[in-house]
Write a protein of this length. Sequence first.
Length: 628
Amino acid sequence: MVDSGNSYRDKVSRLVSWGHWFTFFNIIVVMLIGIRYVYSSGWPETTLAQAYQLLTWIGHFGFLVFALYILIVFPASFVLVSQRLMRLFAIVVSTLGITMLLVDIYAYENLHLHFNLLVWELLISGENTTINTHWQTLFIVVPVIFLFEVGISEWIWRNLRKLSRKKVGFPIAMVFALCFAGSHLIHIWADAFLYSPVTSQRSNFPLSYPMTAKTFMEKHGFLNRQEYQKRREEQIKKQGNQEVLYPLEPLTYSEDRSLSKNNLLIILVDDLRADMLNPIVMPGMDNFADNNLRFKKHYSSSNDSMAGIFGLFYGLPGNYARSIRNEGLEPELLKTLKNQGYDFGIFSSNNLEDPIYYQSVFSDSLKTMPTINQPDASLADKKAVELLQNWVGEKDAKKPWFGFLQLSSVSQYEQGGEYKKPFSPSLEHSEGSVTKYSPILLKNSYNNAAHYTDSLVTGLLDNLKQSGVLDNTIVVFTSDHGIEFNETGSNSWGSNSNYSQYQLRVPMVIHWPKQDSLAMKDYSSHLDLVPTLMESMLDVSSPAYLYTSGKNMFELSQTPRKWVIAGDSRDIAVIQKDNVTIVDKFGNYHVYDNNYKLQPQGKPQVSVLIQVMHELKRFYSQHQQNSG
């Protein structure tokens, strides 16, 4: 029994010793492979950032491989006492680990994503794409890796006595530990003092979660919160356009410009869903749409106001909104209007209460906006329309103008107001009792608000027509997003709760002088308005991809959209003919049908998702793409 026990301890001891050396050599291999990440991310410019990347490269990969050994291989040493079986197990584990690392490198270099569920779906899908082609090459690489690991394993086992005599285990462990701790300490300091050359590297390596400790440092007197906020504001001002490249290149304009310029009026009704534009609820605008350009499958860029408004004016997906705001970048559309001498008139019934207006879109244009002090949304809307009409009436006919009118009574439908009595179609056709909070009563109130808004907007357009202003004015009528009354049966009310058509589809009607009426049945997006106006109104000759993710809406019939993107920094929605795919920032996805019913077995279309991922990264600077 004693001999057996000693024999077991000797075998385990030898296997543990072999495991340590096997892990060390695999750390070296993984570090060498990890140079690909350094190459893709770029070498930092500052000495401290270079030191951080070097320490992270050593410490992080050393930690990853050692953690894999401690969690999987080391416990197996006490169970698989057969050295052949134990070595085979360790070889298989290391082969799988290195293979996953190579897959992650490919995803990082091509999609700017680390390995996650979405990347896995891209790999195993049956579509014939470039990423699938490279996936096939792994069938060749895996046996090579396996044989290489077998060679390392055999060499270490044969030379284990010689290696065990070298007293280098502790110094090696200390080097890796110091590099690991040092990299995290540098990042703690960099995060607290906003040193971007270091913090921008936070996601360069897989499974990298560098430490932050602002709360701890503030609690113990090492960080002053007010000074931190002041430094942050100063950094935003000094850095300029570093995180995003918007536009990708300076824009150029056609030399043969028309001497007469059209005015531009954008009318945005908060929370107005597409199906309100019908002969019963909004007869005036429905008739106006029939006689102009009507886009029947138009989608907002998000189900919330911030990203919806951002997409309309910038022509970019909502994930760029925070970076654009931080860097104070004005929409190219508004900048071009200013450069071409347009006067600005901005009118809002709620004084543009959404921060996206005064922080980004109109940050430099609100000085002359009149303030409307009217708590009743319907009366505030009426006042905004009157102010716009007066402003237009005072304009010089020879000088072009840009007007923006934002109306909010539809979004405040529960409050009632002047629109409370005129129209009640839902109640007329309802059955059963109606309670204060019933869906029927809520929808009826919403319809009333839309009907009232229709009368205001129609009256405004009639006024512009009678005065002759409409003859040289482009009018855009739309909304920031839709609203839901639980039509999906998922207990969803209002907006910003799902990506169904009720929350995403909005009206898009455009009056374009000298253009025939047209009902467009192809997909269109808020992202498409900017390139349409820039190319067809403002004579921008630069290709649209330099400043937008959208397409010219006059060209959609020739090159129709196969998908529409919506969302924000949290998740994205890809709307296609038969389904909606939702992907969150961690790569998890869900597929829904046209009625927004979850499809448990649904799979995303790989080629489309690759295009979407590219579009979500295209306007970030190269360094930001690799660290994002």
